[in-house]
Design a protein around this ligand. Structure first.
Ligand SMILES: Cc1cc2nc3c(=O)[nH]c(=O)nc-3n(C[C@H](O)[C@H](O)[C@H](O)COP(=O)(O)OP(=O)(O)OC[C@H]3O[C@@H](n4cnc5c(N)ncnc54)[C@H](O)[C@@H]3O)c2cc1C
Length: 417
């Protein structure tokens, strides 16, 4: 039996950092309508937001990512002052290391970085080795067969993003929702433990609301002026269930990503101050509360909702590779870890942001491809501007519109991990 119809001016699917940033910034910019946020989790930020490495960087190859992240870094830096909540903001830097062929392209990239407010320093191999204890930029220490098999080359340089670092996205998400709910007179309802079964559309294709099923309640239909999807890897599944044709879906796949926690390899105090560093085969590591947090994407990760943690992957593939570049890490035994999901936008590895051009009233903030924790604080501001004024005022997110795929106007991001 369907319950009585409720109506909200805005309904949001997803209580992660993206949904939080959207509702807080809407309220802050003066949105006075009623808001309902729905999530199947039993708390705010139980999805990928909770499992993020929390890295932020403005070292990207696409100007839109450079601009969004430069803006976001400023927001994260001032977060505690504005929101009254500490989010573990730590500007430890980001160090991206390069082989010769990619390094040759850096002068060109550097011009674009400078134009988009990216602070960076170029490091030579000796400087890299000073910052990361035990790292050897050359390959003379590696068995030539192993070197060839792994595709290793000498690291000839690195770019250190001085403004980059890491933070706690879950804390930020909680703060966004609490402030949006408590600081403004207008109604914000947070409905957890509730599955969004479908987005409803009228005959013209306009989004009109949601069909919901609470864990212990009846099905209900909620009408809405705007339906905002901040639903991460589950977005297409939801839209398919809602009856959208294939052509109107998102080119998003859901991919497992794992994080591994180990001890430091030795007592060298420099480990406490390492930048988040990216080395061979996209292995990245950072300092995390006296430990190393290590990640490496599985190149062949299928489109799946599987989140089974695989300790063997660390032992057989991540550590095997890492110890060739940093021999001391051979002793880094796995202490813990987890798996969650990337919502990867397959054609260009960038988010899909703004109105769905074929479905008025459907607002998108999805497909973050592994960089949503750092970008959503700026995207939430932009989307609030779009809703309230009809245009982006701060960072122009037009390059991230859904329509770019059918227009063939992709924004291919090359530094993805
Ligand atoms: C291992 C890992 C490491 C990462 N590292 C970084 C990093 O260093 N830096 C960075 O910027 N990003 C990183 N990310 C990506 C980042 O975590 C995400 O881009 C970001 O959290 C997206 O937030 P979101 O609010 O858009 O969505 P999510 O956190 O994905 O939340 C979506 C929410 O929607 C809810 N939902 C979806 N469908 C339904 C439905 N039908 N009914 C009810 N509820 C629904 C889910 O329950 C979920 O809570 C990482 C991700 C992973 C997995």
């Amino acid at each position: 039996m369907e319950a009585i119809l409720k109506r909200f001016d805005l309904v949001v699917v997803g209580a992660g950092i993206g949904g939080g940033s959207l509702v807080y910034n809407l309220r802050k910019q003066g949105f006075t309508g009623s808001i309902l946020v729905v999530d199947r989790g039993d708390a705010v930020a139980t999805g990928p937001t909770a499992f993020s490495a929390g890295g932020f960087r403005n070292l990207w190859t696409t100007p839109i990512n450079q601009q969004l992240c430069t803006k976001a870094i400023g927001i994260l830096k001032g977060f505690q002052d504005e929101m009254g909540v500490a989010i573990g903001f730590h500007q430890c830097g980001y160090l991206v290391t390069y082989y010769a062929k990619s390094w040759a392209k850096i002068p060109q990239a550097a011009e674009i970085w400078a134009a988009n407010g990216v602070n960076f320093e170029l490091l030579d191999p000796a400087q890299i080795e000073t910052r990361i204890p035990g790292l050897q930029c050359g390959v003379a220490h590696i068995d030539p067969d192993v070197c060839e098999y792994l595709g290793f080359e000498a690291i000839v340089g690195g770019v250190l993003g001085q403004d980059c670092g890491s933070f706690d996205p879950s804390q930020a998400a909680v703060a966004y929702f609490e402030r949006a709910r408590n600081d403004f007179a207008q109604q914000l309802v947070l409905q957890l433990k509730t599955e969004v079964q479908a987005v409803t559309f009228d005959v013209s294709g306009r989004a009109t609301g949601l069909r919901l099923k609470a864990a212990h309640g009846p099905e209900e239909t909620v009408a809405a002026g705007i339906v905002a999807l901040c639903s991460g890897p589950w977005t297409n599944e939801l839209l398919q269930r809602s009856g959208l044709p294939e052509a109107d879906l998102m080119p998003i796949i859901s991919q497992k990503r794992m994080m591994f926690i180990t001890d430091f390899p030795d007592q060298d105090p420099r480990w406490q101050a390492i930048p988040l560093t990216i080395i061979d085969q996209g292995i990245y590591f950072k300092h995390e509360s006296g430990h190393l947090m290590i990640g490496k994407a599985k190149g062949d990760a299928p489109d799946s909702f599987d989140t089974t943690f695989e300790p063997q992957y660390y032992i057989e593939e991540v550590n095997q590779v890492m110890q060739e570049r940093i021999p001391s890490t051979a002793v880094c035994k796995l202490k813990s870890g987890w798996a969650s999901l990337y919502d990867t936008t397959a054609p260009d590895h960038n988010a899909i942001v703004g109105w769905h051009e074929n479905h008025p009233g459907l607002l998108l903030q999805v497909g973050y491809s592994g960089h949503g924790a750092m970008e959503s604080p700026a995207v939430g501001i932009g989307l609030a501007e779009l809703v309230l004024t009809g245009n982006y005022q701060s960072v122009d997110c037009h390059p991230l519109r859904w329509g770019r795929f059918r227009e063939g106007d992709l924004n291919v991001e090359k530094i993805v991990i």
